[in-house]
Ligand binder design. Structure first.
Ligand code: DGL
Length: 279
């Protein structure tokens, strides 16, 4: 069996392209529809209720494009809204938390795992709960690193300011003796070198984007939902604000031009949806 429908991926903005990059590398036949909520980014500073309603609107938009699966590529949305999305939509929904958790438990030797993410992700305690559910005696040290997102958005992937910021955030984790660190935010894989240099060789960095792509492959394979072999999988990109910056930085992130990026207004979509429901 095979299924040529696209995979839907959403994120608060550009960061979810780190997941798209890994899906493209691992599953080159799959078509992808991506939605980046660039008008409402960041999600990581917002309340769970607000992030939840954004995540539902983002998923509704992807469903209109006939996707066979939805990937919440945003850690903040995954940590607050994944169960709601799974309950509300009739396709498999993947988040980015569980794949990273499983990989971290496999990697740690001293059972002491660090987690870094946005303030909202860390406040939910989702990573701690998922790690503890799979291994009772695991020690978890978490830290919000809110300035990492704007640094990446600015393209400051290295340099004194980025290294200094990393040192301030990560020093307490180093002192706790973690041997494995989950990069619990879409943007953080782009800071891998800076973070890795700070800890030195003794640390295993868990890139959730790679792990998520592996989990998606498993779901597609075990449900007979892989796309048939094809040379022209379609990549469609949508954003909620003007596309220029997304097109430029996104192209760098994927290592290829994105082609056309369409701007959509989810709020108008939602308005016409509720009007249709009233009539
Ligand atoms: N995509 C978000 C995450 O992975 C980071 C950016 C934001 O705060 O929206 O948590």
């Amino acid at each position: 069996m095979s299924d040529a429908r696209p995979i839907g991926v959403f994120d608060s903005g550009i960061g979810g392209l780190t997941v798209v990059r890994e899906i493209m590398a691992l599953l080159p036949n799959e078509s992808i529809v991506y939605f980046g909520d660039t008008a409402r980014v960041p999600y990581g500073t917002k309340s769970p209720e607000v992030v939840r309603s954004f995540a539902i609107q983002d998923t509704r938009f992807l469903m209109k494009h006939g996707v066979k699966m939805v990937v919440a590529a945003c850690h903040t949305a995954s940590s607050v809204a994944l169960d709601d999305l799974k309950a509300a939509f009739p396709v498999p929904v993947h988040g980015v938390i569980e794949p990273g958790v499983r990989a971290a438990l496999k990697a740690t030797r001293n059972n002491t795992i660090g987690v870094i993410g946005t303030r909202a992700t860390i406040l939910t305690g989702t990573y701690e709960r998922k790690l503890a559910a799979l291994r009772k005696n695991v020690r978890v040290e978490s830290r919000a690193c809110p300035l990492f997102v704007p640094l990446v958005e600015e393209g400051w992937l290295d340099g004194d300011i980025t290294r200094g910021t990393a040192a301030v955030y990560l020093d307490p984790l180093k002192e706790k003796g973690i041997d494995t660190l989950i990069l619990g935010c879409t943007h953080y894989p782009l800071l891998k070198r800076v973070i890795g240099d700070f800890f030195g060789n003794g640390i295993c960095l868990i890139d959730s984007a790679e792990e998520t792509a592996r989990a998606i492959r498993e779901t597609l394979q075990s449900n007979g939902m892989e796309s048939p072999a094809r040379s022209d999988p379609e990549l469609l990109f949508f954003v909620s604000d003007i596309p220029a910056h997304f097109r430029e930085v996104g192209g760098q992130c994927l290592g290829r031009p994105l082609g056309s990026v369409h701007q959509v207004n989810l709020e108008l979509d939602e308005l016409s949806r509720s009007r249709n429901h009233e009539t």
